[in-house]
Unconditional design. Structure first.
Length: 115
């Protein structure tokens, strides 16, 4: 079993920055994928960024050049640095961990970007 706890959300003005963190605990495999998703009100959850154990990264087109995903394997933590935030980035951001064919989700952290 894996537990994920997100932190770092909040209210920020457009153009500002936030850094989200997701700490994983439990039975963590050496080889896994960690990712950030988001869900805005009335919209489907979408993949924002993902990173493999080997540091391969993938980004949603609309956040490329503004968001950076990283991970600290020693701490079992994944980060999402979000710069140049826009009102359309407003959403609940969820951490996801994939290992051994299983998906684990955090409870989410709210990011609100004011115009």
């Amino acid at each position: 079993q894996v537990q994920l706890v997100e932190s770092g959300g909040g209210l920020v003005q457009a153009g500002g920055s936030l850094r989200l963190s997701c700490a994983a605990s439990g039975n963590i495999f050496s080889f896994n994928v960690m990712a950030w998703y988001r869900q805005a009100p009335g919209k489907q959850r979408e993949l924002v960024a993902s990173i493999t154990s080997g540091m391969y990264r993938n980004y949603l087109d609309s956040v490329k050049g503004r968001f950076t995903i990283s991970r600290d394997n020693a701490k079992n933590t994944v980060y999402l640095q979000m710069n140049s935030l826009k009102p359309e980035d407003t959403a609940v951001y969820y951490c996801k961990e994939v290992q051994g064919g299983m998906n684990y989700w955090g409870k989410g952290t709210l990011v609100t970007v004011s115009s």
